[in-house]
Ligand binder design. Structure first.
Ligand SMILES: [Zn+2]
Length: 314
């Protein structure tokens, strides 16, 4: 009798553990299934964080995600992904707005359009050289104006101290000092304006640098990366990433210039979610650089998926 109680107690304890850890357990089971039985069940996906600053509606985003996942599905005539509208999909897609997208939009705002081509890169590079030269010229002017201002301000302060210590200034000196003070006040405002102008020039140059470095990566150019002014934006440019951890599976999207590029990066990251690695063919969606403008699969992509899903190559 005692033994039965013991067994019941252990069963209750076990079910309590299973109940408490049911969410992580589901995650573990799904990731095991994905690892050992790839393509056996459609991967459910939802939108995680969604930043409105990309200027794309959630409906449009979902419709492009749908096109991207269907690209893979059509190639082997099998459902591989299912959208989970209630947000509990095992794969979360996040739209993360940072310097990468901000830089592209900043350039658009000052009338610079960018495309993934060597011509666009050369155009941006010559703009960069011009802007950099203008900036350095302005900066030198600014610095000498600041030095002149500081010298005059120091001289003014000295005189004020002198006259205060010596029983006050004559009317002529008082008027002269007053005029000098007005000049210094106006000059201070002008210098602040110049500073604001310089700062916005720095922002524009830095945006250009971010986009130039993206082109260096995506065009695979053998050139040194450009440096930004005054800040380190670091890291290699990536339009998106796929990551898998005990916390779950996530696709992060950081940058796209148009819907074609978004479709391309989503298709690439969905490919990683299916377990595909990078391919050597520069035209393939699964090439390490996202240098294409559409989500069209190459034969290498399809063969890699077939191999992954255990389907024959024909
Ligand atoms: Zn990749």
């Amino acid at each position: 009798m005692k033994k039965i109680f013991k067994i019941i107690f252990y069963l209750i304890a076990l079910s309590a553990v299973v109940f408490l850890f049911r969410a992580p357990l589901t995650q573990v089971l799904l990731s095991l299934q994905n690892k050992y039985l790839p393509c056996s069940h459609p991967i459910t996906y939802s939108v995680g964080s969604f930043d409105e600053r990309f200027g794309i509606s959630k409906e449009k985003f979902l419709s492009i995600a749908n096109t991207a996942k269907e690209t893979w599905e059509k190639s082997i005539d099998k459902q591989l992904f299912t959208y989970a509208p209630n947000g509990d999909g095992e794969l979360k897609i996040n739209l993360i707005y940072d310097i990468r997208q901000e830089a592209s939009q900043k350039l658009k705002n000052i009338g610079i359009t960018v495309s993934d081509s060597k011509a666009s890169y050369n155009d941006l590079k010559s703009r960069y050289n011009t802007m950099q030269a203008d900036y350095l010229k302005l900066k030198t002017e600014f610095e000498s104006r600041v030095t002149a201002f500081q010298n005059r301000q120091n001289a003014y302060a000295k005189e004020v101290v002198y006259f205060n210590a010596n029983g006050g200034a004559s009317e002529t000196d008082f008027n002269r000092l007053n005029k000098e003070k007005n000049y210094l006040d106006t000059e201070f405002i002008e210098i602040n304006k110049l500073q604001a102008g310089l700062n916005s020039e720095v922002d524009n140059i830095n945006a250009l640098v971010v986009v130039l470095n993206r082109l260096v990566s995506s065009l695979n150019l053998e050139v040194k990366k450009f440096n930004t002014i005054g800040s380190d934006l670091g890291g290699e440019f990536e339009e998106g990433t796929y990551k898998e951890s005990s916390a779950g599976r996530e696709i992060d999207i950081f940058q796209f210039d148009n819907e074609g590029k978004l479709a391309r990066v989503l298709t690439h990251e969905f490919g990683h979610a299916l377990g595909l690695e990078h391919l050597e063919n520069p035209k393939a969606v699964m090439y390490r650089l996202n240098n294409g403008v559409n989500e069209k699969l190459m034969i290498d992509d399809i063969l890699a998926l077939k191999k992954r899903c255990g389907l024959s190559a024909l």
